[in-house]
Write a protein that binds this ligand. Structure first.
Ligand code: PLP
Length: 331
């Protein structure tokens, strides 16, 4: 992993590329070819928004649509800003970022992946515009996503397992037959994609003269929470509060089920139950009028419990609209 180079770049705001290895690490992050001898700047990761909001194609809509909004949701002494990731256009979730980075780099035009929802939609959708055919294995709880995958033209199979990671062993046959596995759980590009998300938030907060003391985010692969925890930890000494489900909450899981990137960060882990998460959704909707997804509700519920004071960034991975069938079942 390229962590020590990323750490230096984030800490110093710039990095003089000395070796081929450093150039390759920074090429992944900057999403372009970086040469030995170049001096790269952290600012290059900041977004370049398209003010007129006219886009030339749907991929341009993704990149030109960044930054996604950062909404102030509470005042001092617990001042908080929520990153509204459902503003990403393909899956309406934070996973557009991961999948865009994965698809830019994986070889082959036939892909196979496991997902309980957002990655499946993002892969199918971005696959269509980036020339990849995808097959997705889905745990039982993710089956609500299958009609959407049909519209997108992706192949899918629902498996009788409860967690997405448990579906991984079903990929072997497809991989033997030539399909490529982007591997959202193990591919460092997932983490790297979200170093850019962190730089984006840093840039947004600088507009209001703020730096985060705490990041509150849910953990599934741990990609976005770990990357934000790492970036803001290195840059400002901020602390990550990682939110895991006490029982079950769609999109997130417990740290002990095995996660690659969370160990890069000194995180405090908080348990939230499904009913607390849904209470978080309800409270946020009543207070701000926005329908956040269950994992965002968990993040909001965690924030409400925390007794620390300071500036907080909360990541809201998606909205509630995909979960209406699930909510109907829970009634
Ligand atoms: N919340 C939702 C709704 C998700 O779909 C996911 C991941 O799929 C997460 C949270 C967790 O994100 P990460 O995989 O970056 O840990």
């Amino acid at each position: 992993m390229c962590l020590k180079y990323y750490e230096a770049l984030i800490r110093d705001g710039g990095f003089k590329v000395g070796t081929v290895e450093e150039a390759s690490c920074l090429s992944y992050l900057f999403d372009r070819r970086v040469e030995v001898g170049e001096e790269v700047k952290l600012e290059e990761l900041y977004p370049t928004p398209n003010h007129h909001r006219v886009y030339l194609n749907s991929l341009d809509l993704l990149r030109g649509g960044w930054p996604t909004p950062l909404l102030k949701i509470s005042e001092r002494p617990k001042e908080a800003y929520a990153k509204l990731e459902w503003y990403n256009p393909f899956s309406g979730s934070v996973k557009d970022r991961t999948v865009y980075y994965l698809l830019k780099s994986v070889e082959g035009d036939r892909l196979v992946e496991v997902s309980s929802g957002n990655v499946a939609i993002a892969l199918a959708a971005l696959g269509n515009v980036m020339g990849k055919r995808v097959k997705i294995y889905i745990p039982t709880a993710g089956k609500y996503v299958t009609p959407l995958l049909d519209f997108l033209g992706a192949e899918w199979q629902v498996l009788d397992v409860s967690m997405t990671v448990e579906a991984l062993e079903h990929l072997e046959k497809d991989i033997r037959e030539g399909a490529v596995h982007p591997n959202q759980f193990g591919n460092d590009l997932n983490f790297i994609a979200h170093l850019r998300t962190a730089a984006e938030i840093d840039w947004q907060l600088s507009a209001v003269g703020r730096r985060p003391d705490y990041i509150v985010a849910g953990i599934g692969t741990s990609g976005h929470a770990s990357a934000l925890g790492f970036y803001f930890g290195v840059r400002y000494g901020a602390k990550l509060i990682a939110v895991q489900p006490k029982d079950w909450i769609p999109g997130i899981r417990r740290a002990e089920s095995g996660m690659k990137w969370i160990k890069y960060v000194n995180a405090e882990i908080l348990d939230i139950s499904l009913s607390e998460a849904l209470e978080g959704v309800r409270e946020f909707a009543r207070r701000h009028g926005l329908l956040i997804g269950p994992s965002a509700g968990a993040v909001y519920a965690a924030f409400s419990k925390i007794e620390y004071q300071g500036t907080f960034v909360l990541v809201f991975p998606d909205s509630l609209f995909k979960y209406t069938a699930l909510l109907e079942q829970l009634r």
